[in-house]
Every structure is written in structure tokens, then in C-alpha cells.
Unconditional design. Structure first.
Length: 280
């Protein structure tokens, strides 16, 4: 009876470590599989020659079937080492993912800024509004079917050029207005015609031609109704020619000669024009 009890105790003592060892081995296999997966993710394409195992099984030095050390202790140590290595690799993976997100965000911001700048460069600038020549107070309605608007040939000639300028046909307007001023030099609209011919040339992008026409209108008829306007737009033409100092001289002449008689159209625009030319 005592022999049977002793045998039972011995069998139980050997079965319990064996079961524990089996559980540890399963845990070890699972960790090794997870470690391989993490290594493939962190180091894609890496071969086995680059990843030598940090934990190697110890060579058994059993004598007569009895192990020299505790197998369960060795397995537990291997599991702990694998868990520590897995934690380090997991942390490195998360850190790399965070840095990758930062790089992607920076690239997206750079792309957005670049697209905005290119769009701003390609967008044409808004055209600068030009002062509009006020129609004559006594201007008659537009002629119907090309019929004369008035019985005054000089008036009709000026109005024909004016309407061309109003429609944006600046080259045609310049020719028509110069012809009207030349044909009717003593008409009260001659000053209007010469002044608007200069403005039409300026609007057509010909500031040098405009300057000649406007200066001639001022010099030939300084008492004309649009002589002061010609001085103002002469300054504008000189600014277009990159001659602000000369423009300042013209604006000073305009102020000295017509200061008290300037119409509101010019009085409101002259300070801004002097500021743009940086006149003293």
C-alpha cells in the first residue's frame, strides 16, 4: 500500500512540471510567431540572415536522462526576453507610423500652398479702372440709323468720336476725334475733341502719342474747356512712360494755372495722382 502511494506521488510530481512546460512552450511559439510578423512589418524584405535570434536554446547537458538545469526556468527566461523584444519593436513601429503621418501632412500642406501660389501667379491682374469722360451736359441722344444727332456739324463730328471711345474702339475714336478737331478748329468742341483723342491713345496703350496730343491741346488753346483735363492726362501719360518727375511738374502747372477753376472731376483726382508720383 505504501509503495502504491509513493508511485502515485512521483507520477503527479512529474506530470505537473510537464504540463507547465507545455503551456510555456505554447506561449513561446506564439511569441516567436508574433515576433516574426513584427520584424516583417518593421523591416520589409529582410532575410533571415539579417535577423539572428537574440535568444538561443541552450545545449542540453543531461546526464543519464536528467537535465543539468531547469527546463521550465529556461523557457520562462526565453519568453520574457521575447516579450521585451516584441515591446521594443512595437514601440518602434508606432513611432515610425507617427513620423510617416507627419511627413504626409507636411507634403499635403506644401502641395496646397504651391497650388495656391501658382493659381495667384496665373490669374491675370484686375484691370485698373480709368476715369470716364463725362458726356457733355448738352449732349443730344445717340443718333438713330446713323442720322445726324444735331444740326451742328462740329457737334456731330465730336459726338461720333465720343461714342466710339465710349464703346472701347479707342483707335477709331482717336482718328475720328483728331479729324473733327482739324476740320472744326474754331468750334467749342475742338478742345473736347483734342483732349479725348489723347485719352483714346492713352487707353489704347500708346502713352507717347497721348502725351503729344494732350500737350498740343493745352498749348494751342489754354483757355479751352478741356485744356486743364489735358494737363491732368498728360501727367498720367508721363507716369505710364515711367517719368514721375516730369509728371509732378505737369501736376504743379495744373494747380498753378487752374487751381481755383478746376472742375470736380479733376479736383478729386489730383491729390491721388500727386501721391502716386511721389510729388513734394
Amino acid at each position: 500500500m505504501r509503495l502504491h502511494l509513493l508511485a502515485a506521488l512521483l507520477l503527479a510530481g512529474t506530470a505537473m512540471p510537464a504540463a507547465a512546460q507545455e503551456r510555456v512552450e505554447r506561449r513561446l511559439d506564439r511569441l516567436e510567431q508574433e515576433m516574426d510578423a513584427v520584424q516583417r512589418r518593421v523591416f520589409p524584405g529582410g532575410g533571415a540572415e539579417y535577423f539572428q535570434p537574440e535568444i538561443r536554446p541552450e545545449v542540453s547537458t543531461s546526464v543519464g536522462g536528467v537535465p543539468a538545469g531547469s527546463a521550465l526556468s529556461d523557457l520562462t527566461a526565453r519568453v520574457d526576453a521575447l516579450e521585451a523584444q516584441l515591446a521594443r519593436l512595437t514601440g518602434q513601429t508606432e513611432e515610425n507610423a507617427f513620423r510617416l503621418r507627419q511627413i504626409e501632412d507636411s507634403l499635403n500642406r506644401f502641395k496646397s500652398d504651391a497650388e495656391s501660389r501658382f493659381s495667384a501667379i496665373e490669374r491675370p491682374p484686375a484691370p485698373r479702372p480709368e476715369p470716364v469722360e463725362s458726356p457733355p451736359v448738352d449732349a443730344p441722344p445717340a443718333p438713330a440709323d446713323g442720322a445726324p444727332a444735331t444740326g451742328d456739324p462740329g457737334e456731330d463730328a465730336y459726338l461720333a468720336g465720343y461714342r466710339l471711345w465710349e464703346r472701347g474702339s479707342f483707335a477709331d475714336a482717336q482718328l475720328a476725334l483728331e479729324a473733327a478737331a482739324k476740320k472744326y478748329p474754331d468750334h467749342r468742341r475742338a478742345s473736347f475733341a483734342r483732349n479725348l483723342a489723347g485719352r483714346a491713345a492713352l487707353d489704347a496703350g500708346k502713352p507717347a502719342t497721348a502725351a503729344k496730343l494732350l500737350l498740343a491741346n493745352y498749348q494751342e488753346d489754354p483757355r479751352g474747356e478741356r485744356a486743364a483735363d489735358s494737363l491732368y492726362f498728360l501727367g498720367q501719360s508721363l507716369m505710364a512712360l515711367k517719368k514721375p518727375a516730369d509728371a509732378c511738374k505737369v501736376y504743379a502747372e495744373l494747380q498753378d494755372v487752374y487751381g481755383t477753376t478746376l472742375r470736380d472731376f479733376l479736383r478729386q483726382r489730383l491729390p491721388e495722382a500727386r501721391a502716386a508720383a511721389k510729388c513734394e
